[in-house]
Write a protein that binds this ligand. Structure first.
Ligand SMILES: C[C@](O)(CO)[C@H](O)COP(=O)(O)OP(=O)(O)OC[C@H]1O[C@@H](n2ccc(N)nc2=O)[C@H](O)[C@@H]1O
Ligand SMILES: Nc1ncnc2c1ncn2[C@@H]1O[C@H](COP(=O)(O)OP(=O)(O)OP(=O)(O)O)[C@@H](O)[C@H]1O
Length: 304
C-alpha cells in the first residue's frame, strides 16, 4: 500500500533522523565477540517519518522510496517498529498501564542496512511516539533500557542529538554545544554485511577517540577536529565493496571539507560550508550516478 504520511491523518507524527558516525574508532573486543567502539555521532534533519493513530486493531503500513525492501508483516520481517511497539506495550502492562491498539505508518526514506541506523531510528521513534500516544510518562532510564534491548544504536537514536558513545554504543555523553553541519549523504545501494566488515578488520586495538582537553568551540574548529578522526571500518568496507572508495572520492571531488563512511557502510557523508553548497553537490552527484542515493541535509545541533 502506498500512503503519503500527512500529519493530519495521524494523532501524532515522529521524525526518525539518520544516525551519522562522524567518527568510529574500534578500540577492542568483548568476550562475546562484539567490538568496543568510540563514536562521535550526530543526526540529520532528513530521515524516516512515523505516524501513529488509535485504531480498533493493531495495523502497520509502509510508504517511501525504500519501503519495498521491508515487509509490513511482523512475523516475516521482524520489523524493528513492531518489536519496539510490543516491547513498550509489555512494559506498560507490567506497570499496570493501558497500551491500546494502534495504527503505525512508516515512511521509509532512508536506505536499508546502510550504516546510518535507519532501523534503530525507527525503533527509537516508535518508543517516543507510543509513549506519548499512550501517555506513559516512563522514566528516561526505563526508556533507555528498553531501547538497548532493541539494539546497541537505539539508545543513541532515542536521544537523536549529537553525542559521544562508547562501549558498543550504550555509554552516551550528550554534546550540548555541538554545531549543525551541512551534509551530503551518498549510498551506492550495494549492501555491505556488518559482521563481515568487523571480521575483516586488520586490528581491533586502534587508538581511542581523544578530543583535546577542551572541546572545539565552533563550527570550523569542529570541522578541523573531525578531519583528524577516523572510521576504522572504512578500509575493510572498501575492500569488500569497491563502490565505497569510488563514492567517497566523488563526494570529495564536489568540494566536501571532510568525507567519511558512516557505521559499517556503505553510506558516506561529506561536510560542506552551507546547505546551498551541499544541495548543489547532491544534484551534481545525482547527475553522475542517477542510480545511487544522494541527499543534502543539515545535522541537528546540540541542545545547549
Ligand atoms: C557499527 C554501528 O553501525 C555503529 O553505529 C552499529 O553498532 C551496527 O549496528 P547494527 O547494524 O544494528 O548491527 P548489529 O545487528 O548490532 O550487529 C551485527 C553484527 O556486527 C558485529 N558487531 C556489531 C557491533 C559491534 N559493536 N561489534 C560487532 O562485532 C557482530 O558480529 C554483530 O552480530
Ligand atoms: N524499520 C526498519 N528499517 C530498516 N531496517 C529494518 C527495519 N526493521 C528491521 N530492519 C532490518 O534491520 C537490518 C538493519 O537495518 P538498518 O537500516 O537499521 O541498518 P544500518 O543502517 O546498517 O544500521 P547501522 O548503522 O546500525 O549498522 C536490515 O537488514 C533490515 O532488514
Amino acid at each position: 500500500m502506498t500512503m503519503i504520511l500527512a500529519a493530519g491523518d495521524f494523532d501524532l507524527t515522529e521524525e526518525a533522523p539518520a544516525k551519522i558516525n562522524l567518527a568510529l574508532h574500534v578500540t577492542g573486543q568483548r568476550a562475546d565477540g562484539y567490538h568496543l567502539l568510540d563514536m562521535l555521532v550526530t543526526f540529520t534533519q532528513h530521515g524516516d517519518r512515523l505516524g501513529f493513530r488509535a485504531s480498533e486493531r493493531d495495523e502497520f503500513s509502509l510508504s517511501g522510496r525504500f519501503s519495498p525492501l521491508l515487509t509490513a508483516d511482523a512475523d516475516v520481517g521482524g520489523n524493528l517498529v513492531l518489536k519496539a511497539r510490543d516491547l513498550l506495550r509489555r512494559a506498560a502492562h507490567d506497570a499496570g498501564l493501558e497500551a491500546p491498539s494502534v495504527h503505525i505508518h512508516l515512511e521509509k526514506n532512508l536506505p536499508v542496512a546502510s550504516g546510518i541506523g535507519g532501523g534503530s531510528a525507527d525503533a527509537a521513534a516508535t518508543l517516543r511516539g507510543l509513549a506519548k500516544l499512550w501517555n506513559l510518562a516512563l522514566p528516561l532510564d526505563t526508556m533507555t533500557a528498553l531501547a538497548l534491548k532493541l539494539g546497541a544504536d537505539v539508545p543513541m537514536c532515542l536521544a537523536s542529538r549529537p553525542l559521544i558513545a562508547r562501549g558498543i554504543g550504550e555509554a552516551i555523553e550528550l554534546l550540548p554545544d555541538f554545531p549543525s553541519f551541512a551534509m551530503v549523504l551518498g549510498n551506492p545501494l550495494v549492501g555491505v554485511s556488518t559482521p563481515e566488515v568487523f571480521r575483516q578488520l586488520a586490528r581491533k586495538d586502534n587508538p581511542p577517540l581523544v578530543l583535546a582537553s577542551r572541546m572545539p568551540s565552533d563550527h570550523s574548529q569542529w570541522i578541523t577536529t573531525i578531519g583528524t578522526l577516523r572510521n576504522d571500518l572504512e578500509p575493510p568496507a572498501q575492500s569488500l565493496c569497491g563502490e565505497v572508495a569510488t563514492l567517497a572520492q566523488m563526494i570529495t571531488d564536489e568540494g566536501a571539507l571532510v568525507t567519511r563512511m558512516s557505521g559499517s557502510g556503505a553510506t558516506c557523508f561529506g561536510l560542506f560550508d552551507d546547505l546551498e553548497q551541499a544541495t548543489a553537490a547532491a544534484a551534481s552527484l545525482h547527475r553522475l550516478r542517477p542510480d545511487w542515493y544522494f541527499q543534502a541535509t543539515e545535522t541537528i545541533k546540540g541542545d545547549a
